[in-house]
Design a protein around this ligand. Structure first.
Ligand code: ATP
Ligand code: MG
Length: 236
């Protein structure tokens, strides 16, 4: 039987400008639905970049079943898709169809097949008419949704979503929530909205680049929400 995918943070730490911004952190990620919560600047996006192997820790390593994800980019690209908090960091092509097809070509499809698959993905999302749209004139929410479709098209086994609901209108958010719920892939979901994570297997609460609490969704979300309410009340 295939070994379950285990992503491991092994004593990972990261400093910027002489200041420790993350870790040291050691944990194993095996659950299919993992939520990440924490205040602004708590290290959630840094966690996502480290997990995807996009940045190197100063010490320690992030592994997938033993493969170092920063050094072994082939393994990282084959397994992990990331939807960044800011779609401007992700979109590079002038048209929607090219943007989606690019990832598929990187996975080995020829241009014709990649474009055909990209068109299928757009149709499945009810956005077939987006194919030739200029990515630069899409709204921020539309650009975010394009990034989602491009990552889903590549069918990674783990999808990391960094605040994917930010900027989406209510019907698009509801459609996305429904679609993510049905996905077979593992998800790591970064969000400020505890309601999104209620059914999740595990929630990790980050604070100052460290784990404040880690466990089943209900108790972690209850404590996190109470603390956010307490801090919010201090601002009033
Ligand atoms: N490249 C960098 N150089 C310097 N500091 C950085 C860098 N990247 C992140 N940081 C710092 O690390 C901390 C964590 O940042 P991060 O973006 O991971 O937070 P976050 O939890 O995703 O916040 P938000 O909820 O606002 O998205 C912040 O204090 C940030 O300023
Ligand atoms: Mg962030």
């Amino acid at each position: 039987m295939a070994r379950p995918a285990t992503y491991t943070f092994d004593n990972v730490s990261l400093a910027k400008d002489g200041k420790q911004i993350f870790g040291p952190l050691s944990l194993n990620l095996r659950e299919k639905r993992i939520g990440i919560v924490g205040q602004n600047g708590s290290g959630k996006s840094t966690f996502a970049r480290l997990l995807a192997g996009l940045i190197a820790p100063d010490s320690g390593q992030v592994h997938l079943n033993g493969a170092n994800l920063f050094k072994d980019r082939k393994t990282a690209l084959a397994h992990i898709g990331v939807i960044f908090q800011n779609p401007d960091q992700q979109i590079i092509f002038p048209t929607v169809i090219e943007e989606i097809a690019f990832g598929l070509q990187q996975q080995g499809l020829n241009k014709t097949d990649a474009h055909r698959r990209a068109q299928d993905v757009l149709a499945r999302h009810g956005r077939a008419d987006w194919a030739d749209r200029n990515t630069h004139i899409l709204s921020q929410g539309q650009r975010h949704y394009l990034c989602l479709m491009a990552v889903l098209a590549m069918q990674p086994s783990l999808i990391i979503l960094d605040e994917p609901y930010a900027g989406l209108d209510i019907p698009t958010s509801m459609g996305l929530h429904h679609m993510l719920g049905k996905l077979d892939q593992s998800l790591v979901m970064i969000t400020h909205d505890p309601a999104v994570l209620q059914e999740y297997d595990r929630v990790i609460w980050l604070e100052n680049g460290s784990v404040k609490q880690d466990g089943p969704a209900a108790p972690v979300l209850a404590d996190f929400s109470a603390e956010m309410q307490r801090l919010g009340a201090l601002q009033c």
